[in-house]
Design a binder for this molecule. Sequence first.
Ligand code: G6P
Length: 364
Amino acid sequence: ESYDMGGHDTYMHKEISEQADAVDRVLRGRIDDRFSTVRLGGLNLDAREARAVRRVKILGCGTSYHAGLIGAGLIESLARVPADSEPASEFRYRNPVVDPDTLYIAVSQSGETYDVLAAVQELKRKGARVLGVVNVVGSAIARETDGGVYVHAGPEVCVVSTKCFTNTVVAFALLALHLGRTRDLSVADGKRIIEGLRRLPAQISEILEREDEIERLAHEYADARSMMFIGRVRGYPVALEASLKLKEISYIHAEAYPASELKHGPLALIEPAMPTVAVVPDDDLLEKNRAALEEIKARSGRILAVAHREQEKADHTIVVPRNEVELDPILMGIPLQLLAYHTALALGRDIDKPRNLAKSVTVE
Ligand code: G6P
């Protein structure tokens, strides 16, 4: 706890506020404009090896697992390699098929989470190649893996992760771009993503400047006993992470569902006392998402949307800047960190040290 709070009341607030600089740091020195790709010095994966990868499996816990879900989406869309993310402990105990053509990636802020470390050790015992996407330099997971990408978020003290989540997703965007450019991602698309990545720090600052508005919204929803978070495809892991953040620090029950699954069950829960936070980017699924909002409205559910423009069915919309669609999850997550923060603050919670949780779980 020796880090200075730098004038903030909590580490969480400090860490949320640091995200523009943190993203700048994870990008710094890694972009290769000449070939519209990135240089990842510690990856230990040459172009031939990168091309031989048939599948990517990402493993992490908590927020890192969620960052891995977004990472898997980035790898599938930019490199067109099938990819998914799974909680590390679940993976380890289901006697997984370990395939030599699969690239395994362990994700961890601390680099010390036992469940992730044990999964890495199990994989290595079976001869797999495992990379790390890790924040703490020289940590156990960084040492055990065959190479990887450091996240460079800087020290994170608050038990719940914010800036490291954002930086981890950006690190995955770099990795996906790198894998993509050894395969079929064109120079033009590489350039498009690089330009999008470069826009992120200023856009993050733009969102953070709207904190007062988000604080007011948090006060409106802080009376909820339970909240629903929905999103589709890229928006779904954003909903998962936002619901985790809210439950961790405010102790409000929250659950996340793919918007497409609403009608298969959770719609039964919708009523005025159960507000919904909807992640609604202006992508090819916008109309589908709007239909879900209509379903909720028809059941008198309150809706808070995070979107690229005002959503008429929503009671409130937090408008975030546009970037490339692949990078939407990065910006859409940020106002929801502030929403969780201000909700917890309004309820008088111990934000940096939520009950029953530890920053890093180094035992099973
Ligand atoms: C703990 C923390 C979570 C964190 C998870 C994984 O459960 O409370 O906030 O996401 O560990 O931590 P890691 O350091 O591996 O990312």
